[in-house]
Design a protein around this ligand. Structure first.
Ligand code: NAP
Length: 281
């Protein structure tokens, strides 16, 4: 029997998961088809019900459903509960368990860049869903402080309040102005979790940070993976800073999900080369 996996989101136009997950499944000769399950919000309950079928191994979950699926699951792993978001679902005998592999993917990207977050001052640009997983992962890894700058002040304040309960000193800032400049200049790690710089978005050619505020000693990590070099990463490179793009996180969150569904080691090199091919690099 061919087993099924798929990604649940709405819209799904941008998702690369079907391509690199299918390549990984094929590389291991697994009889599994990874599908696009475009799911408008009013069809989410029905979609989750369909995941309980014996031929379904599980699913990925993306925008806008990462929080909304939680009450529809039978169990949610502890880390996904802490983050408040699920990006991976596993079907075990009709019972659905939710996981969050975004954080582990983000941290693997830091490891690949040779960066140890313990004790550092970090600046997070953005306070949306991805920022939450990143900030809590950094707190768990023992960063000393996290400054969170966001366009909408209330979201930065809410995230700073949550993260402070997990250890680091936190501060909420506007996305611009003297306070952001100071926070950037004292940071060893700067992470962009906004959509600025993302291809085909209104902020495609924009960067969330003035180039003059990027310290040469920092690692600048952009979650945006298309393009691979965003305006922020280009400016960071010119400033002499080290950079990491969003491809590493995309790859490693996918590899962690693959292990959960199949119990097999993910063929990371196959996944990476397919991603690079699709992104034209
Ligand atoms: P989200 O929940 O919608 O959050 C979007 C964030 O971007 C918010 O902080 C929002 O600020 C900010 N923003 C949007 N437009 C802006 C603008 N014009 N100016 C300033 N700030 C703006 O989205 P998300 O799920 O967190 O995703 C954020 C980014 O991370 C996306 O580009 C996504 O592709 C990327 N991502 C990558 C990976 C990966 O594996 N590499 C994984 C997850 C996400 P407000 O609060 O003011 O609206």
């Amino acid at each position: 029997m061919t087993r099924l996996l798929g990604i649940i989101g709405y819209p799904l136009g941008h998702s690369l998961s079907p391509v690199f997950q299918q390549a990984a499944l094929d590389a291991l000769r697994l009889d599994v088809r990874y599908e696009r399950w475009e799911t408008p919000p009013d069809s989410l309950v029905e979609r989750l019900r369909s995941l309980r079928q014996p031929d379904v191994l599980g699913a990925n979950v993306t925008v806008p459903h990462k929080e909304a699926v939680i009450p529809l699951l039978d169990a949610v792993d502890e880390w996904a509960q802490t983050v408040g978001a699920v990006n991976t679902i596993v079907n075990r005998d009709g019972l659905l368990t939710g996981y969050n592999t975004d954080s582990v993917g983000f941290l693997q990207g830091l490891t690949e860049a040779g960066f140890d977050p313990r004790g550092v001052s970090a600046l997070l640009l953005g306070a949306g869903g991805a920022a939450r997983g990143v900030a809590l992962a950094l707190a768990r890894e023992g960063v000393a402080s996290i400054a969170i700058a966001n366009r909408t002040a209330e979201r930065a304040q809410a995230l700073a309040g949550l993260v402070a309960r997990h250890g680091p000193r936190t501060e909420a800032l506007p996305l611009g102005g003297a306070a952001l400049r100071e926070a950037a200049l004292r940071s060893q790690l700067i992470v962009n979790t906004t959509t600025l710089g993302m291809l085909h978005s209104p902020g495609e050619s924009a960067s969330p940070l003035s180039p003059a505020w990027i310290p040469a000693s920092a690692l600048v990590y952009d979650l945006v993976y298309n393009p691979l070099e965003t305006p922020l990463l280009r400016e960071a490179r010119r400033a002499g800073a080290r950079t990491q793009g969003g491809l590493a996180m995309l790859l490693h969150q996918g590899a962690a999900a693959f292990v959960l569904w199949t119990g097999r080691e993910a063929p990371v090199d196959v996944m990476r080369s397919v991603l690079r091919q699709v992104l034209g690099v």
